[in-house]
Structures are given as structure tokens and as C-alpha cells.
Design a protein. Structure first.
Length: 298
């Protein structure tokens, strides 16, 4: 199986993969984070390869198994064959994409789609947001798939119990307790969330917080900042072509991003006294993120 990796050189933004079983809320989450209805939520998993959202403008590109790119129209995405496409790269001028790239992965439960469709790309991810239905949370198939993924993802991944509003509070708390016990620390955080409530919150701050989206976005930002800081301290890998020692770029999974002169963070992020960062997000959260500079102080 060919592994897809990120290009050498420059400083790529952290990559967060959205994963889970079919119809668990991944594409709804992508739309919520991106702030616009761009992810093809009504298309079945068998019709789509991974969709890689990155900051930029222009037409989407289909990336084949050899790493060659083919410009396509946005309307063509729904007809892409996942068996001869590594992923589709979609550039968007969305605020969240100034902080991270997002990959909307196919559902893992589709019997008509080989796992290699998403497995070839998972090694390019720095973290995962895994969506599972609260009403049937953390099925055996999900646990088995998660155990196959690199253990390094555990500390930078979140587990979302979607459609949490479908359960009574007492039942939801029992599900959360069970899932915490079964996952055994394999996620940095576990969050009940109603993505539909978050998507319709509008200017209602209370609805946004009650949906669980505020807690999710704060935790996601903490993870992204930590990944970004660690990547800037990490030595750059040296990739050579066998035989002549000349530098060679690996198969490109996303466009190279030049290192900015200062970190790109949302304006509503303030430094804590302990040196860390904590997001101060509005109800519209990540979709209103803009470049800014972290403020110092309390």
C-alpha cells in the first residue's frame, strides 16, 4: 500500500483527520469548522475519497495514486472514484484553515470501500477527531480500527459522541463513563456534542455552549497549538533520491506552506499565566478565526 505523506521543506500546518463510521457526523463537523456548506454531506461514502481541505484559493485538485494532480471543478467531486484517487485537495479561504488542514475521511464501516482508501493517508495526519453516535457509541468495529492506527495519534486526538441530544442526561453520562473506561486514555478528550444544535446556534451563545461545540473547539485549538509548537522544534527531515544523493520531494499530499514570521492564531486566544494558551471563542467559534498575534498577560 502506497503511503501518502506531506511534502518536504517549509512548515506545513498541523493536519487533523475527521474519522468515524458512515453518517457519524464527520462532514457536518467539517462544515461547522469551515463555516460554510462545502463538504458533500449528502454523498454516500462509497462515492468519495478523502477530501483534504487546505488554505488557499482556486479549483480543487484530484491527486492520483502516483501523486499527480489533476484540476477539477467543485461539481465533479461527487463523481470521483476513490479507487484510483488518493485524495481530493480543496483550497478554501476559511479562517480555520490558517491554523490547520482538515481531512474528511470516508466512513470506515462501508463494506464496498477498502480500508486502504483512508489508510494510505492517515500517516499524514497529526491528530484525529473521531465521531461516534452517542446512541451506540464506540462500537467494536470502531475500537478495532482505532487500535490499528499509530499510537502517536492518541495524545492529539478527540472522541466526539455525536447526537448527544438524543439521550437523556443520565443515560448520556453513563455512555460517557463507559466509553472513557473502554478507550482507556487513547484520546486526549471525550466530548458529548450535538453538531446540529451547534450548526443552528446562530448568535445564541447559550445554545452554542450547550451543544458542546465550545468545549470541542477549545480542546482542538490546544492540540493544534501544541502540534504546531512541536513541529517548529523538530529537525527537518532529509529525503534523498537513491543512488545520487540529490534531494527529492516525496509524494505531495498538500501544498507546502511557507513559515510565517509569527504564529497565526485567532484574536480571541489569550496566554495563560502558566505559559500555555486557552481559547476565548465566540459562539461562532473557529469559522470566524482570523490571523492575529497572541496577547501576553494574564
Amino acid at each position: 500500500m502506497t503511503m501518502i505523506d506531506r511534502p518536504a521543506g517549509g512548515r506545513a500546518r498541523p493536519v487533523i483527520a475527521l474519522m468515524g463510521e458512515f453518517s457519524a457526523g464527520k462532514s457536518t463537523l467539517a462544515n461547522l469548522l469551515l463555516g460554510e456548506r462545502v463538504s458533500p454531506v449528502r454523498v454516500t461514502a462509497t462515492q468519495l475519497p478523502p477530501i483534504w481541505y487546505t488554505h488557499g484559493t482556486g479549483d480543487p485538485e484530484r491527486v492520483d495514486m502516483e501523486g499527480h494532480t489533476h484540476p477539477i471543478a467543485a461539481a465533479e467531486i461527487e463523481g470521483i472514484d476513490p479507487h484510483d484517487t488518493a485524495f481530493v485537495r480543496v483550497p478554501l479561504a476559511a479562517g480555520v484553515l490558517e491554523l490547520m488542514d482538515l481531512i474528511d475521511m470516508p466512513g470506515i464501516s462501508d463494506p464496498n470501500m477498502e480500508a486502504t482508501v483512508w489508510k494510505r493517508l492517515i500517516h499524514a495526519a497529526d491528530g484525529v477527531i473521531w465521531c461516534t453516535h452517542a446512541t451506540q457509541a464506540w462500537r467494536q468495529s470502531e475500537a478495532a480500527t482505532w487500535e490499528e492506527l499509530p499510537a502517536a495519534l492518541h495524545e492529539s486526538s478527540l472522541l466526539l459522541l455525536t447526537r448527544a441530544d438524543k439521550l437523556r442526561e443520565a443515560d448520556l453520562q453513563r455512555v460517557v463513563s463507559r466509553v472513557k473506561a473502554e478507550t482507556g486514555g487513547m484520546f486526549a478528550g471525550i466530548f458529548p456534542v450535538s453538531l446540529m444544535l451547534a450548526a443552528t446556534a446562530g448568535e445564541d451563545r447559550d445554545a452554542w455552549e450547550v451543544s458542546g461545540a465550545e468545549a470541542v473547539t477549545r480542546s482542538l485549538l490546544d492540540i493544534v497549538f501544541r502540534i504546531d509548537n512541536a513541529s517548529r522544534r523538530r529537525p527537518k527531515p532529509i529525503v534523498t533520491r537513491a543512488g545520487d544523493g540529490a534531494p527529492q520531494r516525496p509524494v505531495s499530499a498538500a501544498s507546502t506552506v511557507a513559515a510565517p514570521s509569527r504564529p497565526v492564531v485567532p484574536r480571541r486566544v489569550q496566554a495563560r499565566g502558566d505559559g500555555g494558551s486557552r481559547a476565548r471563542l465566540p459562539h461562532s467559534a473557529i469559522r470566524q478565526m482570523v490571523p492575529g498575534q497572541m496577547t501576553s498577560g494574564s
